[in-house]
Design a protein. Sequence first.
Length: 276
Amino acid sequence: MNLQDNLSVMLASFRMRLTTITRYPGQIMLDIFVPIVFAYMPILLGRSSGNNAALNFASNTGTDNYIAFMLIGSSVFSIVGNAFWHVGYWLRWEQSCGTLEALYLAPTHRVWVVAGTALYSCTRGLLSAIAAYLIGSLVMGLNPFQGELLLALLFILVGLIPLYGLTLLYGAVVLKVKEANTLVNLMQWGVSFLMGIFFPIAIFPPFLKLLALLFPPTWMTNGVRSALLGVGYFFQAWYFDLAMLWVFLLIAPLFGYWVFNRTEINIRKNEGVGQF
């Protein structure tokens, strides 16, 4: 198949999933309001801890606007969570239904089908994150248009590509262990921790801080916060932090594809992708 045909396959996969989710408005509402609730719980905890907690927070983050700090982190995490969930769950669903092997017989490379799923989760995650941020800001009395909005959006768009490189690594694990739900739950807590959704990674011990800095969504989250709140870039200037995301952009997709492809070949030789 030529490039045009492959792109048609990707867009068909995207449209199918987009059409499906429009039939479930309740799920769309959950996508929007879960990040708001997710952010509000630590906000209430902080308020119950008194002024000292707020002062310590400001000294560690560079901002006293802890409400916006939490809401931005939670909104960005909804993009990351959507990426891992949809790619992993789609693979496991096709596997358990016995249709994954049929996809392998199609006259197109499966990476284009995966790309359609990734495009869908990217669109859904980005739109729900923007809606959550805007509605959450109104509910919590924040100005949603503070800071440099276009720069924040640029950090998100550049960060999406290495993020989906990581989802290929996750997809390889799903294919191997044949489990999605448990892995998603583990991923959600592990990823939210490393991203520093509710706290700055500056308070991490050295080993954890290094691990967090090797994780592309950490740079995306901090870049968005820095653009909107001025909390401070890791390298003191936005273009250096953005350059670091570009490095991840070049490495993560290629490495993720290589691991996914090797895992897939190994499984097909030894057990079959449809075995569950």
